[in-house]
Design a protein around this ligand. Structure first.
Ligand code: PLP
Length: 388
């Protein structure tokens, strides 16, 4: 079905996901890291239909909130296939997560202390800040001295003594250095540092290296090479496992799994030829895809209605009342006309999941392109929903 037909049937703007590609990416990950726990970071995209496919392919879940844990359980992920590492969470949230049978990984010494007082004598995971970070933007670098996450690697003795005081067993170590990492060696270096710390924890059952595998958003960028990564990571992990045979290794990729599977289709609503820029207005905006406004991210944009039109530099913008509401600035595109459909690619991760109803505009519908045709997997929000 063509994008125009899909928009005619399901409306605009519209998120569309490619099920076959999603399955293929899950399989490529499993092939690269066959003997490790691959826990999809559902913050990237938590649509239940995508989660069902991902579960069917054999991945587990990385969750960061009680809401994510509840949805993962509802979709059928077993509790022991879900990891949970929230940050700055309440006692009630930790209790609710444990009640669902899911283990908790704490993010700070004060949370460990609180956890110990509430649940003495139990198991707990600890998130480490390894003093290295990486990522496509400062906002997503989650390791190192400027990041709010984890317990500093130099404070690990503190974790030991709090655990001892409350009879806790530190059964897991976790880290996540950032998002959008393209260099395999950066990730391997962070794993080596983590394994050095892990040597000091004799009771570990899991070591979790987090997510962060990037994708090539720009035309000249390649995805994080998971096959090459596996070739380096697997022997490293086998050497550790030779000493500690009971340890499971975990990874938490989100973006890599889903980003290329999703496209946001938007419709052109106006063309404004200004003094400095030609603004192509659309019926969407940063309320539906925040990444360009928040991080200055590049998403490939195609004019699927008029691919052969003469090319000119245009700024594709949305209908949110803010000047930062841009999908791209002065980019060469086949000149759009009102009514044209534009495809914003690689929008499967941190697209709908970061969408809001800012300006009281409803969030788009979502459609899965399955082998037997397109099907709606989330109804479009309505203005009635928002004004109820
Ligand atoms: C703890 C944790 N794990 C995994 C991820 C997933 O990252 P990505 O989507 O870059 O793989 C994130 C993202 O922020 C995270 O905070």
């Amino acid at each position: 079905m063509s994008p125009a037909d899909m928009i005619a049937r399901f409306g605009s703007p519209l998120y569309v996901y490619d099920e076959a590609l999603l399955r293929d990416r899950c399989r490529r990950l499993i092939n690269a890291l066959p003997s490790h726990a691959l826990l999809y970071a559902m913050k990237a995209n938590s649509n239940a239909a995508l989660l069902e496919v991902i579960r069917g392919e054999g991945l587990g879940i990385d969750a960061v909130s009680i809401g994510e844990v509840m949805l993962a359980r509802k979709v059928g992920f077993a509790a022991d296939r879900i990891s949970y590492n929230g940050n700055n969470v309440t006692d009630n949230e930790m209790r609710a997560v444990l009640d669902l049978g899911v283990g908790v990984t704490v993010d700070s010494l004060s949370q460990l202390e609180r956890y110990g007082r509430l649940f003495p004598g139990t198991d707990v995971g600890v998130r480490l800040n390894p003093d290295v970070g990486d990522g496509h933007h400062d906002h997503v670098i989650t390791g190192g001295p400027d990041a709010k996450f984890g317990i500093d690697h130099e404070d690990m003795e503190g974790a030991h003594s709090i655990a001892k005081h409350h009879g806790l067993t530190i059964c897991g170590l976790q880290q996540h250095i950032g998002s959008g990492i393209l260099d395999v060696n950066t990730f391997i270096g962070a794993m080596e540092a983590m394994l050095t710390v892990a040597d000091r924890f004799p009771e570990l059952r899991f070591v979790d290296f987090g997510g962060g595998f990037g994708i090539g958003y720009q035309p000249d960028e390649d995805d994080f090479d998971v096959a090459a990564f596996g070739v380096q990571a697997n022997p490293l992990l086998e050497r550790f496992r030779a000493k500690e045979p009971d340890v499971t290794f975990r990874f938490e990729p989100g973006r890599w799994v889903v980003a290329p599977c999703g496209t946001l289709y938007v419709t052109v609503t106006s063309i404004k030829r200004g003094k400095r820029h030609t603004f192509v207005g659309t019926d969407s905006g940063f309320n539906h895809l925040l990444r360009p406004a928040l991080y200055g991210s590049w998403h490939t944009i195609e004019n699927v209605s008029r691919p052969d039109a003469p090319v000119e530099p245009v700024s594709v913008v949305g209908n949110v009342c803010e000047s930062g509401d841009l999908f791209c600035r002065d980019r060469a595109l086949p000149t759009p006309e009102e009514g044209d459909v534009l495809a914003i690619r690689d929008a499967g991760a941190y697209g709908w999941s970061m969408a809001s109803c800012y300006n009281l505009r409803p969030r788009p519908a979502e459609v899965m392109l399955s082998p037997d045709g397109p099907r709606i997997i989330r109804e479009r929000e309505s203005t009635e929903d928002l004004t109820r």
